[in-house]
Ligand binder design. Sequence first.
Ligand code: PLP
Length: 375
Amino acid sequence: MNKNEKILVTRPVLPDFEVYSSYVKRIFDSKWLTNQGPLHQEFEGKLKELIGNDDITLFCNGHMALEAMLKSYNFKKGSEVITTPYTFISTINAIVNNGLKPVFCDIKLDDFTIDETKIGSLITDKTVAIMPVHVYGFPCNVEAIDKIAKKHNLKVFYDGAHAFGVTINGKSIYNYGDATMASFHSTKLFHTIEGGMVVGNDGYLHDHLTILKNFGINEKTTLVEESGFNAKMNEFACAMGLSLLPELDRIIETRKEKVELYYDLLESNKGIDTFKPKEGVKWNYSYFPVIINDESGITRDELFEALQEENIFSRKYFYPLCSDNDYTKVKEKDIKNARYASEHVLSLPLYPDLEDEQIKYICETINNKVKVLKK
Ligand SMILES: *Cc1c(COP(=O)(O)O)cnc(C)c1O
């Protein structure tokens, strides 16, 4: 291992070049580059099978999938959507860009997902939906959230950007709620360079979403039905998805091995909290967040800097909180846990090609800076 080489927080996985080339060859032969081409159909078909759901729509990226998912329900402008401040800003922008108002609910500190026990008190006569995030691939309490939504007649939309490949009791996490978005961005564990998807469970969303992502044009009637946008997935992106999909199990298995090495090497350090999924969850090991806790004798930001000096690039993921931007600022917020997480979490480097030697070096460096060993 070369200590002068930067260790980045993530690196994209790439398929076998020959495999990707064989798909690209098909694109060159057909000259069909985008607009629901043959690879688009094939990729959509494979995803339906994997997820066990026929209502699947592909998008040019995860963010547009989120925007389209919300837009397809035509909520009254100014309606409220209960969500989490502890997420990537995309979640909140999708709400705001649809003319809706984000209402921030606190999270739990054992898995960083929305605190379902605090949702009830935030519901008003303007609330139309709940939009939680399966953050780091840790599933929200989907059953409790479902009960709350049913009781108050609300829709549930999940941001599942981190959760590709995650199952609960053998069922894909994407089959919960009214609809779930997935991101296939290069930095995610599975990707199509840029890309995203909506999985629907509330009747059939596919036809409407297909119109929305094609400027609002209904290809069957050629009529413009509403003001949509251009958010289609192109054939080269589908080629990447088709090339990587057979690798998914191996990708998750390799990440699991890396995470288990991290657990072992950080276990004796009382200043660092690590996290594991709950019973019944098959996790995808998409991120490795740790909390630099109050016993560590060092702040998160100090450790972040110290690691950087040793060429280790972790990330303050998520900082700042999404409720702290000018356009999302709200007067009263009970988001103590989210604030704590955003000030204490570091996401450590994790990707399939990360070498065990590098993980040992990262943990050694951390254990040297945070010297509070468990008895
Ligand atoms: C990556 C991400 C998105 C946006 O997805 P893109 O494919 O990058 O547009 C949305 N929400 C969360 C939580 C994400 O991590």
